[in-house]
Design a protein around this ligand. Sequence first.
Ligand code: FES
Length: 172
Amino acid sequence: MRITRIKPNVKGEIGDVQDLSLLDPLIAKHKGKKGNLIPLLQAAQEMYGFISKAAFDKLSRETGIPLSDMFGVATFYAQFRLNPVGKNIIKVCHGTACHVQNAVEITESLEEMLKVKDGETTEDRLFTLESVACLGCCSLAPVMMIGDQTYGKLTGNEAVKIVKNIRLAENN
Ligand code: FES
């Protein structure tokens, strides 16, 4: 079963080099405003998919917010990513309903197929595998979400098949 969701807007990464000038409008918008740190970091992450050291440096330098404050917030909240992620983020739900419906089998099957551990990104940067809390569609348990699609009532084999098909499409 598939449910369409809004796809995150990830842009601004050119190969392994980030175009940091994309931060300029964000800095102009948030600089000097009270309570601006979290929205600023969220916007930066939306731009690149994660917040790099170079992006932190530029944000700190040009907004005057100390780097230590930025790291403090970014490491406190689970929503922020400090490392690059794959083009497709596979979120396997391990909330209670999915856990009792054997979500572990889904994660283990995908770990074996992708040759990564939970939380890691494949060498080709196509996939990041991660366990998440409830995705809000427990009646479909066990559930995984990839990009804008949610897949429910899965088995490990079905999850692997879905990911293999995405890989095939990506490589064509
Ligand atoms: S527990 Fe998995 S969607 Fe709610």
